[in-house]
Design a protein. Structure first.
Length: 404
């Protein structure tokens, strides 16, 4: 079952496409009503059409093409940005919705129409972990949470940015210590303003060249100050710091293993590893915001951390797709748990193994998780090889930390 998201406004189309991704619904998106409807009519696997009607011209275009759609085979939703246009929808088989009021009820509407499974049944408690899922969904679609930057890293970066002779390499090295800064640079380079007709960027150094030194400095100063202001005194600040440290370990392990096995780009794998916890960091920031005003001792149970860790892969992958990252970033993450076959299988296996080696890196002991990871990936490492990888990873972490 597949859905088609169709409209003339790319931002609104992207909004609903991201939401459907999060609901687990395969979808295609088109920024042309004419092209999108004709494609949906031809493709039998498309069983639902979400047509975004922003103005009268969009409605006229839809009305000219609507007779092509077999409403017995395909469910059609018209999402009207202008609520006055809903009254002009004549067919009773069409589900007309207001864009202004649909956001919070969107998942339920899709489930009732059998487009997807019910997303989650919420608890009546307004502050329960179950209720928080709805807030996470809402914020993931809105995408306006300012990700936390590790405090010490933020202060150091700000001091270095004051230097007149700062280089692209120095900035590249600095962003290797923080997932939010690392992802932010790539997001900015891939934005519509800077990307133009060029392709997407998958490397921080290339992103820096595209942006220019002054734009990068201005962005980092603004982003760090905004993050420090928005995320001070977070309820889950300690857990966020731990997730950032874990991502640094995973990134360094990915870098060293890609170099060790010589199967993929070590710089790309470092980025994949550093962004591998971005979903957990995002969720912890959202939960902290949602529970602001609560006493830490009342909410510091393991249930909230469990929500963040268990949904890290889905949310992290969705965020990177929403931010227009290339497949080489999010595909290894999305398949890192299942190890399902994909075009980035080497990267997926290395990330899976890196996740499982964090405990070994810290405690110097081979646990069942690591044994299982080596068995599932087919990468069987001797204790001597593990010791070597650990030693090289420790050196790599120190090298990146020494840039200040």
């Amino acid at each position: 079952m597949k859905s088609s998201i169709i409209g003339s406004n790319p931002r609104i189309v992207s909004f609903y496409s991201s939401y459907m991704d999060m609901l687990g619904v395969l979808n295609e998106s088109y920024n042309s009503i004419n092209v999108g409807i004709k494609r949906a009519v031809m493709e039998k696997s498309i069983t639902a059409l979400l047509v975004i009607i922003e103005n009268r011209d969009d409605l006229l275009t839809y009305n000219k093409l609507k007779d092509m759609i077999d409403e017995r085979q395909k469910t059609v939703f018209l999402i009207c940005v202008d609520e006055g246009l809903i009254q002009q929808v004549s067919s009773q088989k069409i589900i007309a919705l207001s864009h202004k009021t649909v956001t919070m009820d969107f998942a339920e509407t899709m489930a009732k129409s059998n487009i997807c499974k019910p997303y989650l049944k919420e608890s009546t408690s307004t502050r329960s972990p179950e209720k928080i899922f709805e807030h996470i969904k809402f914020m993931l679609v809105r995408g306006n949470i300012t990700l936390p930057v590790e405090g010490e890293c933020a202060v150091r970066v700000l001091s270095v940015l004051d230097r007149d002779n700062i280089t692209f390499k120095a900035i590249d090295d600095m962003t290797k210590l923080d997932p939010a800064l690392h992802s932010g640079i790539i997001r900015m380079a891939n934005s519509a303003y800077f990307s133009g007709s060029y392709g997407s960027i998958a490397d921080v150094q290339k992103a820096l060249v595209r942006l220019g030194i002054n734009n990068v400095k201005a962005y980092l100063v603004n982003f760090i100050n905004k993050s420090l202001a928005a995320n001070k005194n977070l309820l889950f600040a300690d857990e966020i710091e731990e997730a950032i440290r874990d991502s640094q370990i995973v990134a360094s392990l990915c870098y060293v293993m890609s170099e060790f096995f010589k199967v993929c780009s070590k710089s790309q794998m470092y980025s994949v590893g550093l962004l591998s916890k971005i979903g957990e960091i995002f969720i912890l920031a959202i939960i902290s915001d949602y529970l602001s005003g609560e006493r830490p001792e009342d909410v510091k149970g393991g249930s909230y951390r469990k929500i963040a860790s268990q949904n890290n892969i889905l949310v992290g992958g969705t965020l990177m797709k929403k931010w227009k990252f290339g497949e080489e970033f999010y595909m290894p993450l999305l398949f890192s748990s299942s190890l399902k076959d994909n075009q980035y299988m080497n990267e997926t296996k290395i990330l899976h193994l890196a996740f499982s080696m964090v405990h070994y890196f810290r405690m110097d002991e081979i646990d069942e998780e690591l044994k299982d990871a080596m068995k599932r990936t087919g990468i069987n490492l001797s204790e001597k090889q593990l010791q070597r990888l650990k030693a090289e990873t420790e050196v790599k972490i120190k090298d990146f930390a020494a840039v200040y």
